[in-house]
Design a protein around this ligand. Structure first.
Ligand code: SF4
Ligand code: SF4
Length: 142
């Protein structure tokens, strides 16, 4: 499906959940390290859990609870979360608009202090962190 939402590393350390508030299907998840489960909330920070998924042990440890994750099996590509006025740091893209790190690619948020991964990395990460993902292909963690 085109238009799936991908969260990238600029979310790290920001994680203000603005995208959660605009998602109509609660498919943006946060890792709860105490329960070791991915949770989505009806209202960001409201404490009312809408849905949960088991986390993939091999990949959730890469970033843990430092950023949010879109479940691509549940995202409806509605486009709400990657409108320019939602994410304060430009961390969320449609899959097709994701900079790929090549010289021809649009410049990614140059102020991002967490640069280091090709942003296509986050497409696979979005699939791999959910233990029951339909399209997981566990990425290397080193
Ligand atoms: S594109 Fe729509 S359904 Fe998908 S994560 Fe963003 S707000 Fe949610
Ligand atoms: S992707 Fe952007 S809007 Fe969503 S939690 Fe991270 S920083 Fe906030």
């Amino acid at each position: 499906m085109s238009g799936l939402a991908i969260i990238t590393e600029a979310c790290i350390g920001v994680k203000d959940r603005a995208c959660v508030d605009v998602c109509p299907v609660q498919c943006i998840y946060e890792f709860d390290p105490h329960q070791h489960v991915l949770i989505s909330e009806d209202e960001a920070g409201g404490g009312v859990v809408e849905n949960t998924h088991a986390a993939n042990e091999d990949t959730i440890t890469i970033f843990g609870d430092t950023l949010l994750y879109v479940n691509l099996d549940e995202c409806t590509s509605c486009t709400a979360c990657y409108q320019p006025d939602v994410c304060p740091v430009g961390a969320i893209y449609s899959e097709e608009q994701l900079p790929d790190g090549s010289p021809q690619s649009p410049k990614y948020n140059s102020a991002d202090p967490n640069k280091g991964h090709d942003h296509t990395f986050f497409v696979q990460l979005s699939r791999d962190v959910f233990a029951d993902s339909s399209d997981a292909d566990v990425i290397a963690t080193t």
